[in-house]
Ligand binder design. Sequence first.
Ligand code: DP6
Length: 321
Amino acid sequence: MSSATASARSNIALVKYWGKSGSGDNRTAVPSLSLTLAALTTRTRVELDAALVEDEVELDGTAVTGKARERVVRVLDELRTLGGKRERARVRSHNDFPTASGLASSASGFAALVVAGSAAYGLGLSSAEQSALSRRASASAARSIFGGWTELLAEAESASELFPADHLDLKVVIALTTLGPKAVGSTSGMLQTQATSPYYPAWVSEAPALFERAKRALAERDFPSLGQAMEESTLMMHASMLAARPALVYLRAATLDVLERVRQLRADGISAYATMDAGPHVKVFVPSREAPSVEAALRGTTGVEKVVVSGPGGGARVEAG
Ligand code: DP6
């Protein structure tokens, strides 16, 4: 009986992916740039068992069923096809952060599944091949195969690492805001934006220039310019969502309060920049030395339930045991 365990960390996009390319296969319409985080980890064990008649999937001790299970089975089917294997698998996955918190779990989840699964099925896949498999399951997962600063170009098969985790000495301070009703997931949210938002074409045409600006600022270790490009990408993405029919409003009152607090911090001379994904939480990028004061400021902001601080993290890997 063959088995393997892998870990992968979540990543936060500074330049956002929002929209699928017309070429299909879950390729992205826009380029994205992200940082893999150390603090949000998924650990997944894949165990092949010839006695199983179908794949069994469990997340944090609960059986995964329906569409979520099918998404996992599709990845396992691809691995079986590549390896010429038939055995079904028992998949046990564990997030070290609350799955329902609205923090991205599909990125670390699918990256860990692909790495554990390819080891269990005995495939010697390169990181690029693992990234391509992860992208087909969830495009942001393509970036979690790598550590540090990663890009996923529009239409690309796989992501690649731009700079290692220690390229910039910074922290990400994550403010978990009051949870509203369950948000529309990213996959259906972006399809809805794409199909109905009159601002979606503008978003797609602006995104490459934002990406180039961010990439240049990152190469030059120009943190304020990087942060500025990140905020613009974030707000343009949310503008395209807000103009969807019906509107996709992921931002809550607390989200805007945190954003305002970050602007005040900047006015006070603290170099802090914010981003939000398909949810109400705010992730604030700050130089490491500023992290304690930013953490304290966000803890004291109305509507902030919890604050998590993370440094940059490494790529997905097979673990012992
Ligand atoms: C807002 O990667 O979750 O977090 O490919 O449909 O699984 P699918 O979407 P997903 O979308 C992530 C969207 C985002 C921005 C980003 O991470 O780039």
